[in-house]
Design a protein around this ligand. Structure first.
Ligand SMILES: *[C@@H]1O[C@H](CO)[C@@H](O)[C@H](O)[C@H]1NC(C)=O
Length: 214
């Protein structure tokens, strides 16, 4: 007969394995949660009008001069609450000549990128480290697959550019790798070894983030 303690251990292991499998399955199928109503109202609000479905935060960009550095205006569930549960969001991206949207990824969504004006070089890297890049002109659409590292660069020094991005999540999330890796407090030793370089080189890169944290 199996002693009681070891049976308890077995049950615990079985429960742990089941929980882990469930967690992996949840991650694999992760998407914005389904809602069971047409739309979601803010807490303690009984009814809304069309204003709830309108975002006016980008009006100030119409006719505005190009920004001096790359600038992104996000419209997601945080500043546009009616998006909650609808699985969509957007952003307006503006690049001065020479401006860059640095290497980043969106953990919760693909990005459908629409270049409205100007010219950009864009690229992403897949999980086999293959680099895909393209030069876009106004009117072009480009797909950045979900979760992959990508960038947009306005190589055209003389002309600003404007783009609109659409996401299949109300909060696609942004992991901006330069800041994520070099301005989050990871130790110099870990970074030096990870990038197969030395601590002074890591500190030199980190110094660039002490003034601008983006
Ligand atoms: C792809 O990237 C390389 C390296 O930066 C660059 O020389 C090339 O012009 C790019 N191609 C396109 C189509 O943008």
């Amino acid at each position: 007969m199996v002693p009681k303690a070891s049976q308890t251990m077995k049950s615990i292991v079985v429960i742990l394995v089941c929980t882990l499998l469930l967690a992996v399955f949840q991650i694999a199928t992760a998407n914005d949660a389904e809602i069971l109503t047409d739309f979601q109202l803010p807490l303690n609000v009984k009814s809304v009008d069309a204003n709830y479905f309108t975002f006016t935060g980008a009006r100030s960009l119409v006719g505005a001069p190009p920004p001096s550095v790359f600038n992104e205006l996000l419209a997601n569930f945080e500043n546009f609450p009616s998006l909650r549960g609808q699985g969509v969001s957007a952003s307006i991206l503006r690049y001065p000549g020479g401006g860059i949207n640095p290497l980043h990824s969106h953990p919760r969504s693909a990005e459908l990128f629409v270049l409205v004006s100007g010219n950009l070089q864009v690229g992403f890297i897949d999980t086999n480290n293959k680099f895909y890049n393209q030069t876009l002109q106004a009117g072009d659409l480009f797909l950045f697959p979900k979760g992959l590292v990508h960038f947009q660069w306005n190589f055209d020094l003389g002309n600003p550019a404007i783009a609109v991005s659409l996401y299949g999540s109300a909060n696609a999330g942004i992991v901006s790798f330069p800041v994520n890796l070099f301005a989050s407090g990871i130790g110099d030793g870990v970074l030096a070894q990870s990038f197969r370089t030395d601590v002074p080189t890591v500190q030199k890169i980190k110094a660039g983030f002490s003034k601008h944290r983006s």
